[in-house]
Write a protein that binds this ligand. Structure first.
Ligand SMILES: [Zn+2]
Ligand SMILES: [Zn+2]
Ligand SMILES: [Zn+2]
Length: 446
């Protein structure tokens, strides 16, 4: 730390750190950018990292995982928020008339894989977890009842009443099939909407577009469920109104139908029969309005929040697990550990190979995207990023980092190589002081 503070290029280093906006694990690049005059071949300008502190340029890691880098995840969260919100109220290229299109916020849940400790609230009063007067005793000698009123930070939340009875296999197979189940749900929704509108599926797109944005959330018990905004647009997207028959009621009917009928099959293995998975019976459907109890800000905030979270809340790891890793060394919660070992075991079976369970054990079997949108939903993250990078580019021209040349007459040749990432401990403290970033580390880094 002292060496950094006393080094002659400290200011330059501090400027680099400022540009990474508090990134906890910046990427280091070594390389150069040459600008040549296209007509004469003359070298007009050269930028090289050789003159930068430690000979590298530091760039933000751009992760979306808050557990890895809070600063970059915050950028992703804010972008996601604006993107979801634009799809609900207009803006960023989406017309404001989109507010008149039928729009629902739905939650598709996972089925039960056995009773777990849960915090239940009724009219903001905490209820007992699993009260059963004549509760049965399971084959492992546990009474299947729990009358505790759990506090929100109770570590038992999400843990099964009996881990030996709990269906760990079902839980990880459901996570592995959840992306397929979602796809089938979306297909069935379109098919049913076409039917309700008296159309064949092929004709639907000439009348109607179903736009959606969805996010996956891990429940404490370690299964994913999905929250989604579903909106009906006219043909081609949000610029045209949907046909008059396509109301919020019709959309609700179609969602209820699709959520009930779709299924996905896990193949048979090792003497176990093939197994059919469906959504859980809890289905939540709510209209989004500008004034009602579910506003567009609330929905956008909710989706953006889960877009930066993975399975950390279950107590698993936020990185891939190697088959040779000693799981004891990671200080995992027992429930997470059982889910991970189930993935690792099922992942060795050829019948289940296509589910790639071992590779996704740290995600408890789920290998889908956390946050996805249909093409017509709103603007894209790419467009938001491009707008920001354009701004940075202009800033760099003004501050003298890039020469102001006409792009057509200049040939730009760049060479970059990866030169590592992260900070030394001393640099990390200084960087946090400079950018005001919090020095939080995930338990697995310590
Ligand atoms: Zn970062
Ligand atoms: Zn309980
Ligand atoms: Zn039991």
């Amino acid at each position: 730390m002292i060496a950094r503070l006393n080094s002659p290029d400290y200011d330059r280093w501090a400027a680099q750190i400022h540009r990474t906006s508090g990134c906890r694990q910046p990427i280091h690049l070594r390389g150069k950018v040459d600008h040549f005059d296209r007509a004469t071949g003359r070298l007009l300008h050269r930028y090289t990292t050789r003159t930068e502190p430690d000979g590298v340029l530091r760039l933000p890691c751009k992760t979306r995982r808050a557990s890895r880098c809070p600063a970059c995840a915050e950028v992703y969260r804010a972008d996601t928020y604006h993107l979801i919100r634009a799809g609900l109220t207009g803006g960023k290229g989406v017309p404001e008339t989109v507010t008149t299109h039928p729009t629902l916020f739905i939650t598709l849940t996972a089925p039960s894989f056995g009773p777990v400790h849960a915090r239940r609230e009724q009219r903001s009063k905490v209820q007992p977890c699993h009260p059963r007067r004549d509760a049965a005793t399971c084959p492992h000698g546990r009474v299947m009842s729990c009358t505790t009123k759990h506090s929100p930070d109770d570590p038992r939340l999400g843990e099964p009443l009996c881990p030996h009875c709990y269906d760990y296999t079902g839980s990880v197979l459901f996570n592995a099939l959840a992306p397929l189940l979602w796809k089938r749900f979306a297909d069935s929704l379109r098919r049913h909407l076409a039917k309700l509108g008296g159309l064949v599926l092929k004709e639907l797109r000439h009348h109607l577009t179903v736009s959606f944005a969805k996010v996956a959330e891990y429940q404490r018990r370690g299964v994913v469920h999905f929250h989604a905004v579903i909106r009906l647009d006219g043909p081609g997207g949000p610029t045209a109104p949907p046909p008059t028959w396509a109301t919020a009621d019709i959309l609700t009917q179609a969602v209820e139908h699709a959520a009930r009928v779709v299924s996905a099959l896990a193949p048979a293995y090792d003497g176990q029969p093939a197994r059919l998975f469906k959504w859980g019976t809890q289905l939540d459907i709510r209209p989004i309005t500008l004034t009602g109890d579910l506003t567009e800000q609330a929905v956008a905030g909710y989706i953006a929040k889960y877009a930066t979270k993975a399975a950390e809340c279950v107590g698993t790891l936020d990185r891939r697990i190697n088959p040779l890793d000693n799981l004891d060394a990671f200080n995992l919660r027992e429930h997470a550990r059982r889910l991970i070992t189930t993935c690792m075991h099922l992942g060795t079976l050829t019948e289940l190979a296509e589910l790639r369970l071992a590779e996704w054990a740290h995600m408890l079997g789920f290998r889908g995207h956390f946050s996805t949108r249909s093409r017509r939903y709103s603007t894209t993250l790419g467009a938001l990023r491009a707008a920001r990078e354009q701004h940075i580019h202009e800033h760099q021209i003004i501050t003298g980092r890039l020469p102001l040349f006409d792009e057509d007459t200049v040939l730009v040749i760049s060479e970059w190589e990866y030169a590592g990432k992260g900070h030394s401990v001393g640099d990390q403290l200084l960087a946090a002081a400079i950018t005001g970033a919090r020095l939080e580390r995930s338990p697995h880094e310590l």
